[in-house]
Write a protein of this length. Structure first.
Lengths: 674, 160
């Protein structure tokens, strides 16, 4: 339970070692580069934009080659592929990629070129197919489409708009050129838009005939082909077949590169890492012979780095503690159990400057509250087994995913415990199955009590858990005040509130009102009750007097104090908010029993059993899903709003060390930060 | 005319209102959120799981309504054709007990749906803020949970 101590580290070394030092830092992966350039002058920055862009482009080319491979030789991925994580490669393999980068890039470029050829082939095949399509209406034409006629006759080949019959065309001719008689019109084919015709007439009358036909909507074909259509189609089809063969060959060639996937991945990551390195290179100030570099490093890592840099490269390294006004990045360090809730914490915000790391407390309450909300032993077992199996099967899954699944594993265990305490196993499946199919109802008794039968009791306990959770938050606030030696704040903001709240609880417990709700009278010894009263009064008076201690004006100060006292209603609503523990717990149990009851409606028979099994599986899957979601969301809410509201600000900045940021492979190295 | 309604009738009306109104609210809310979610998925299918989770958030009111309806029906022997005859007073009490989740369920699910739409907008632009985005709709749900609580407590404390 801690935030790692950070140090500011500054490095100055000779330029000849620049490459080696930067590479070593990147491999080391525990230093965030943060360079503050003062206006001292005398240094210059190297322009690296060009080289960086080239490396990024290379990485992109390799990525694209991988996409092409995926299209033509798909790699089989399982349903849980996203859990598998990046494969581990040892540094030797990775360095081989650095040596053979040009070779590997050749593959990538070849793949890109092949893809371009494939696209061209596809376009050309499409064009040929279009031409064949356009030719279809002319298939019956026995002459070439460019045929103009014989010595004395002329042949007009073309289309007329609209579907027409032979006599329609003769009517057009009769209308526009009534004097001409020697015309023979042949209809090649008709579709819904055009009529395809060949008209033969005397050569000297050809022009007049064409004009007449044009008036009726005639036009010559857009492209003239010097071949007989049927022959031309045969040629085109042969060409298409040839092109398709070539396309297939290209595609096969691409697929043949499937074995080079690993190389492409390595080279892509290699260039990605180099691009990152050049980005840093562009930021560091350099003189003719030296360069300098600074940033943040976890204190526990600093010594090893300093020793290595000074001994190996003769660099000048200094560390200094963090000053007050610096915006230090945050790294959390927790035990194996608590670590899994770090993701939940991160999505609220990492600890800010004045915060403590609340991960440990958050993790304990998270697991307990989650279990209370799901509260079914069988569901808990399913969740735990599923998460445990995933953790075993995919040991290399991404760090954040792993944390979430570990968290759900623990939550599942807690759910089992609460389920046993409250007697929930798939709701009431034991009762229903034994009663329906075996004729004798058996109930697994709850180890503690059944919330549905005693909801008021459960409500009281929910609020008790809430009070514990909230008081832990308040106590942590007190701890922060003590840590920062703000003793007055500790007394006013923590002790006085504890007095008021504990006093109020002491007053409330023995009352009739409470007895009416809880169903049992709590008798406290008289001195305790009197003590509670005085404590509450003292707390309230203290809060009124002290909350506005920042202001001099006594009237304003009292007004602020009274306003702060009004926060007692906030505490009430916070505690009531924990009633969702009861509500969500009941929801799980009741929906489960609805499912069981529906399933058992088939009665004691073979179809009845089958119905039961189907309803059971579908229904409980649904119920687990919806209640997992509910438990997750509402546990987060209780942590973020009620718990963190008492002491935690968040707003810390995540640590982004200069490291080998890869996309496809993980390079074997020591990752653990301290 | 109202006096013609039996106790069983009133109780049934209460259960039906709980299931119906809360269910309508959830359908409304999930529907609103679903439209926004579909929009996000058209642009970026990889956000499917996240927006689906947010879309489902307004769906719980319907379940709460079902839950109260079921508890009411089974507690007063209206399930499975049991022959209990409830007095008119008891029936009216059951109706009253069902009203909180029925009404609050309807209204809160609608508003939770609208908040979910906005939260989906957050996820569309800043997927890493999923945790925070999810909390806004969950805030609205608090009031559905409170009314569920009252409904359950009331239904279970009415003497049969």
């Amino acid at each position: 339970m801690a935030v790692l101590q950070m140090q500011r580290i500054s490095i100055c070394a000779l330029k000849e070692n620049r490459k080696a030092i930067l590479e070593r830092l990147q491999e080391f992966g525990a230093m965030e580069i943060d360079i503050r350039l003062e206006d001292a002058g005398g240094y210059e920055l190297q322009d690296v934009a060009g080289s960086k862009a080239i490396f990024e482009k290379q990485a992109h080319t390799a990525d694209h080659a991988l996409e092409i491979l995926q299209e033509y030789a798909p790699e089989k991925t399982g349903m849980f592929a996203s859990l598998e994580g990046k494969p581990l490669v040892d540094p030797e393999t990775f360095n081989k990629a650095a040596v053979r980068q040009d070779n590997y890039m050749e593959t990538a470029n070849r793949l890109n070129a092949l893809e371009k050829q494939v696209a061209e082939k596809k376009a050309s095949i499409l064009k040929i197919r279009d031409r064949i399509q356009a030719l279809a209406p002319w298939m019956e034409l026995p002459v070439s489409m460019g045929y103009t006629g014989t010595r004395y006759t002329s042949c007009l080949i073309g289309t007329i708009a609209g579907s027409m019959k032979q006599e329609d065309i003769y009517r057009i001719l009769a209308e526009y050129a009534p004097e001409i008689e020697a015309v023979d019109v042949e209809i090649i084919s008709v579709d819904k838009d055009y009529t395809y015709i060949a008209a033969t007439c005397l050569r000297e009358e050809a022009q007049r005939v064409e004009e007449a036909l044009r008036s009726g909507g005639f036009s010559r074909p857009a492209q003239t082909i010097r071949k007989v259509p049927s022959e031309y189609r045969r040629d085109l089809e042969e060409e298409a077949k040839r092109e398709e063969g070539e396309l297939l060959a290209l595609q096969e060639e691409i697929a043949g590169y499937a074995d080079h996937r690993q190389e492409l991945r390595l080279v892509s990551d290699y260039y990605r890492i180099r691009a990152d390195k050049y980005e840093v290179l562009g930021k560091i100030p350099q003189t003719e012979k030296t360069f300098a570099l600074s940033g943040y490093i976890p204190a526990c890592k600093a010594d090893a780095l300093i020793r290595e840099l000074t001994e190996k490269y003769g660099a000048m390294v200094e560390t200094e503690p963090i000053t007050e006004e610096e915006d230090v990045p945050v790294v959390l360090k927790n035990n194996r159990f608590s670590r899994c809730v770090e993701g939940v914490l991160e999505s609220f915000g990492l600890p800010g400057k004045d915060d403590i790391d609340p991960t440990f407390f958050t993790s304990v309450f998270y697991v307990i509250l989650f279990g209370l909300m799901l509260s079914d032993a069988a569901y808990g077992a399913i969740v735990s087994v599923a998460c445990g199996a995933m953790l075993l099967k995919f040991p290399r899954m991404g760090e954040n995913m792993k944390k979430s699944i570990q968290l759900f594993f623990w939550c599942g265990l807690s759910t089992i415990v609460w389920g046993i305490l409250f007697g929930g196993y798939f709701g009431d499946v034991v009762d229903i199955v034994s009663g329906t199919f075996f004729g004798k109802e058996i109930t697994i008794p709850a180890l503690w009590f059944v919330p549905l039968n005693e909801p008021m009791k459960m409500l009281m306990y929910s609020m008790l858990f809430g009070v514990i959770h909230l008081f832990t938050g308040l106590a942590l606030k007190g701890y922060i005040c003590l840590r920062d030696r703000r003793y007055l704040d500790f007394f006013c903001d923590c002790v006085l509130w504890f007095m008021l709240l504990l006093g109020l609880i002491g007053i409330l417990l023995p009352t009739e009102l409470f007895a009416g709700i809880a169903g049992q009278q709590i008798v406290l010894p008289a001195p305790v009750v009197t003590g509670a009263k005085w404590m509450a009064v003292a707390g309230a008076v203290g809060i009124v007097l002290m909350s506005g201690r920042g202001t001099k004006n006594i009237g304003v100060r009292l007004a602020l104090g009274a306003y702060d006292l009004y926060n007692v209603t906030g505490w009430l609503s916070d505690v009531l908010s924990y009633s969702r523990l009861l509500a969500l717990g009941l929801a799980t149990g009741v929906i489960a029993s609805v499912i069981n009851q529906m399933g058992s409606m088939g009665g004691k028979s073979v179809p009845g059993v089958i119905i039961f099994i189907v309803v059971f599986i579908v229904g409980h899957t649904f119920n687990i899903g919806i209640n997992l979601l509910g438990a997750y969301v509402h546990t987060c809410r209780l942590q973020y709003v009620e718990f963190f509201g008492k002491f935690y600000e968040g707003g810390g900045r995540e640590f982004h060390p200069f490291h080998r940021e890869t996309k496809y492979v993980d390079i074997k190295e020591e990752k653990e930060l301290c | 005319m109202l006096s013609a309604i039996t106790g069983n009738g009133w109780a049934l009306l209460g259960a039906a209102l709980a299931a119906t109104l809360a269910g309508c609210g959830s359908a409304w809310g999930v529907g609103l959120a679903g439209q926004a979610a579909s929009g996000v998925v058209t642009e970026d299918p990889s956000k499917f799981a996240k927006v689906l989770v947010i879309q489902l958030l307004p769906g719980t009111q319907g379940i709460y309504g079902l839950l109260v309806a079921f508890v009411a029906l089974s507690r007063f022997g209206l399930l499975g054709g049991g022959g209990t005859e409830l007095s008119v007073q008891t029936g009216l009490m059951v109706l009253a007990a069902c009203l909180p989740i029925a009404i609050v369920g309807l209204v809160s699910a609608y508003h939770q749906g609208k908040t979910a739409v906005a939260a989906i907008g957050v996820v569309a632009k800043k997927p890493d803020q999923f945790g925070k985005a999810m909390l806004f709709p969950a805030m609205v749900e608090t009031y559905a949970i409170l009314s569920l609580l009252i409904s359950i407590l009331a239904v279970t404390s009415i003497p049969v």
